[in-house]
Design a protein around this ligand. Sequence first.
Ligand SMILES: NC(=O)c1ccc[n+]([C@@H]2O[C@H](COP(=O)([O-])OP(=O)(O)OC[C@H]3O[C@@H](n4cnc5c(N)ncnc54)[C@H](O)[C@@H]3O)[C@@H](O)[C@H]2O)c1
Length: 244
Amino acid sequence: MINKGTAVITGAANGIGQAYAVRLAQDGFDIAVADVVDADKTKALVEAAGRKFFAAIIDVTSPEATLSFAKQVQENLGNITALVNNAGIYPWKSFAETDFQTWRNVIGVNLDGTFLMSKAFVPYMIEKKYGRIVNVASTTFFLNAPQMTAYIASKGGVIGFTRALASEVGVDGINVNVIAPGLTNTKSMRDENAEIYEFLPKMQAIPRVIEPEDLVGVVSFLVSKDSAFVTGQTIAADGGQVRN
Ligand SMILES: NC(=O)c1ccc[n+]([C@@H]2O[C@H](COP(=O)([O-])OP(=O)(O)OC[C@H]3O[C@@H](n4cnc5c(N)ncnc54)[C@H](O)[C@@H]3O)[C@@H](O)[C@H]2O)c1
């Protein structure tokens, strides 16, 4: 299989990020993972697909750690062609319960993390005049969805950041887009709110629970050369619940 370079994925020790890692490895990318927990299971899955793997315990809210991670990825795998900013947190809290620390934490991981990883990796892409960045939002941004003020604000920020960054780096051969998943079956989300899985999927055009594997094709396309003229866009992968 053709080596497509290195895809860097944040938060790929678990959940949807892990599914992205497996699919991009199957597509021919070596995989680098930044997560705050061990990515051993992802490593085994990527290596089973025949690709190289590198991971470090990195908090994406740290300017120093993200810069040093980029250096490590360049040294260990090199040829960085794709970045998927997937790490995210989504505490289920009303506005009244959302204190400033919670707000800062959510904006920190979801939005600052996306900014900092882009700061760290874009220079390597500019050097090669090629890159694909996929940021992760959520269709909650387009929905009437209570209990998520910090989260939805952060994901709106991710969409805004994507549009603005796309305008600056297109000249360097770098495309920046967003995948906005609908409610997806992960342990973290079920731990936050198991009840919504009972009614939300029924509101989708495709009325069943979304699995992480349902999302991977969109990311596979966005990191491929086939997406050459798609940039600054948000693609909803939610079974047809929202139309943006
Ligand atoms: N699950 C859903 O229903 C759903 C829907 C829409 C969007 N999303 C988005 O998809 C992404 C993944 O969601 P998921 O359900 O797979 O979550 P998850 O909790 O299963 O995985 C998130 C990963 O991010 C890591 N992480 C958390 N904070 C980090 C930090 N500071 N630095 C580095 N890594 C960190 C976690 O350790 C974890 O491995 C998130 O951005 C989320 O907002 C999820």
